[in-house]
Design a protein around this ligand. Structure first.
Ligand SMILES: Cc1ncc(COP(=O)(O)O)c(C=O)c1O
Length: 372
């Protein structure tokens, strides 16, 4: 259907990477890393060259999210999936309430449910729908997902919880541009390979005082086994010294720091506004074209970071995306693999330019309309 389609030269985006993570890392970051020559890569993470970068990341994120003084930015290896287990093992007193709406939020629930000495309850909606969390009197930890990357659903608000409960937010792919006040959460965790334009493998967990007190109390209960790699006290005390517990990937820290600096130049409010504008562009286009429709029907839950756009079954999306990738014009906008829909899933992360998204819509429409 699309074998002979050619992307018009004037529509070529400045960067073909529109994926939802791993995301576009600006080539200028790679050039800056190269410039560090013999001074950074190959250095111990206990030495100033690396600790200073970690410190800049921690301070930069605190500034970006305008964190209250009693928050700490805790870093460690393993990414968000690692934190799923670390939270279940070391942050839940008795019971976690998980609000789920897709693959990642379910995965987090399953991590908690697999731990025999805590309980976990799932509150779910069908894929394609959004869900807000709410306080549950028998749960001491509430787990919500800021941006469900598999379906393109974002939170439309966050629950009010009592003093005995922790509100934990998986902000892996939404943190930084989906609207939320981080100061009203207890744990807000990100992976750098999304909006923060770096490589994977690291977690960044922004923790309130209440959350730190909880995990340190559980750590004091020696009857509960927590693997040393998941020890919260170690993670927190090392982060206070601008270190991770074990050896991190230095390029990941470097790129992350570049992105935090870049985002701080613009500020959280401006970045949220730009995200809103890009989302309006993509959803507006999908609503206008009769062969497209936004997968998420509740507009308040349509993500400003990941747009999922259903495509008429007559269109061979797989064939189209292959042709565009063969021409090095557009990469990685396939539907989340397990969702299995005839769909585009388009990253609108901060480094993906609005002009490029506009060109993307024109390429996709041009290609599809050439076959109708
Ligand atoms: C919402 C969400 N949570 C968790 C993860 C897992 O992140 P990681 O690969 O850093 O473990 C992802 C990855 O895409 C995600 O999108």
């Amino acid at each position: 259907m699309f074998e002979s389609y050619n992307v018009p030269e004037n529509l070529r985006p400045s960067d073909p990477r529109f994926g939802c993570g791993p995301s576009l890392i600006p080539t200028s970051f790679v050039a800056s890393l190269l410039e560090t020559g013999q001074e950074f890569l190959g250095t111990s993470h206990r030495k100033p060259a690396v600790k200073n970068v970690v410190k800049e990341v921690q301070e930069g994120l605190a500034n970006f999210f305008q964190l209250d003084d009693d928050y700490e930015v805790v870093l460690g290896n393993g990414g968000a999936t690692f934190l799923f287990d670390m939270i279940g093992l070391g942050a839940v007193n008795k019971k976690a309430g998980h609000f789920t709406c897709g693959e990642f939020s379910e995965k987090w629930y399953k991590s908690s449910a697999a731990i025999p000495w805590i309980e976990a309850e799932q509150f779910s909606v069908d894929y394609g729908k959004g869900i807000e969390g709410e306080d549950k009197s028998d749960c001491d930890l509430i787990a919500v997902t800021l941006n469900e990357t598999s379906t393109g659903v974002q939170l439309a608000g966050i629950p009010k919880i009592d003093n005995e409960t922790l509100l934990c937010v998986d902000a892996t792919s939404g943190g930084g541009q989906c609207p939320i006040d981080v100061n009203s959460t207890d744990m807000f965790f990100l992976s750098p390979q999304k909006i923060f334009a770096s490589e994977g493998g690291l977690f960044i967990n922004i923790m309130s005082k209440k959350a730190r007190e909880r995990v340190l109390k559980i750590e004091g209960d020696k009857s509960r086994y927590v693997p040393p790699i998941m020890n919260w006290k170690t993670a927190i005390t090392n982060s206070e010294k601008n270190q991770t517990y074990n050896t991190p990937a230095l390029a990941t820290l470097f790129f992350l720091n570049e992105q935090v600096k870049l985002m701080n130049k613009e500020g959280y409010a401006s970045i949220q506004k730009q995200a809103r504008e890009k989302a309006d562009l993509i959803y507006g286009w999908a609503e206008k074209c009769e062969y497209l429709s936004p997968y998420i029907t509740e507009s308040s839950h349509r993500s400003v970071a990941v747009a999922t756009i259903d495509v008429d079954d007559k269109v061979d999306v797989g064939g189209l995306l292959k042709r565009l990738a063969d021409q090095k014009a557009v990469y990685n906008i396939d539907s989340y693999r397990k969702l299995g829909r005839n769909q585009f899933r388009i990253g609108m992360f901060h480094n993906i330019k609005r002009e490029d998204l506009e060109k993307l819509t024109q390429i996709l429409s041009g290609a599809i309309e050439s076959t109708l």
